[in-house]
Design a protein around this ligand. Sequence first.
Ligand SMILES: *Cc1c(COP(=O)(O)O)cnc(C)c1O
Length: 360
Amino acid sequence: MSRVYNFSAGPACLPEEVLRQCAAEMLEYGTSGMSVMEMSHRSKDFEAILDQAEADLRELVGIPENYKVLFLQGGGNTQFAMVPMNLMRNKVADYILTGQWAKKAAAEAKLYGQVNIIASSADKTFSYIPDCSDLPVSPDADYVYICQNNTIYGTVFKTLPDTKGKDLVSDVSSMLLSEPMDVTKYGVVWGGVQKNVGPAGVTIVIIREDLIREDVLPGTPTMLRYKTHADNKSLYNTPPCWNIYVCGLVFKWLKAMGGLEEMQRRNIAKAKVLYDFLDQSELFHGTVRKEDRSLMNVPFVTGNEDIDKKFIAAATAAGFKNLKGHRTVGGMRASIYNAMPMEGVQALVDFMAAFEKENR
Ligand SMILES: *Cc1c(COP(=O)(O)O)cnc(C)c1O
């Protein structure tokens, strides 16, 4: 077996300990005589897995009692629709555009009501986070929407926008569980797990109870109502049982590692190694304004597309996989989520330094 350093933006690397436990329990979970993949979602064994996963997540994040945790399907793109369908009672919402995912969310919301773009960094290809300290928040807005960590462009909100009393809805797909978060600052905060938490197929939605209501937009399908899933403890229909089980193992792994404060400490240290290298390199450059740099997704370029290509090919051959930048921005991107060890980042930097020497 030879495992590589996988810098994919998602689906992304998972902790090796977790994968080993999955392998060990693949044929028989506990004394159930079957794999989690083969279990009824109504069985005692699976209900215990689901309850434990939620309890561990609540403990890790410190989720208050007046917030529900939902394990949903359909990925991030389904949340782009569920958010307006469930929350747009005045049919007005404010969106902050900081990249492709925020743009897609805003475009989807436009199918249901009026979308006001109250800030944007499109003018400089989303390489920074706009000033959100005094926004023109719409008086009748149902919510203010952000994509908190911009997976493609590598920016992150270091401070949350002042929403002037409106509920904040945040997509944290590519930073979920990478650092502590104060859930009380959000009305809804959600993330697809395939970036930093688990295998693709689960979206974790954390929603304040008063936002789970009957009076959703007319025509909202039963499956797309938060209330359906909240009332049924995420068991309205067959959930992705195996994926939830793996997420649960990751929660346990995070607890054993020391929780989210410790993950934040590690993630800061890892990102620093890469950004420090980029800042002194004469060949490689980061593409993001320094104050707004993500700890999770680090885009960089050489300024020469041919050298970018040569670097990606050489890195791939050396076992550093999935460093190609997003198809819309080019260059390179290293995603260094929770499960990427410091050794992986250090090895990448050493490789980049050697490449730079040879290609000066
Ligand atoms: C990947 C990603 C999405 C899209 O997720 P899907 O599950 O593919 O729909 C949305 N938002 C962010 C921030 C992402 O990184």
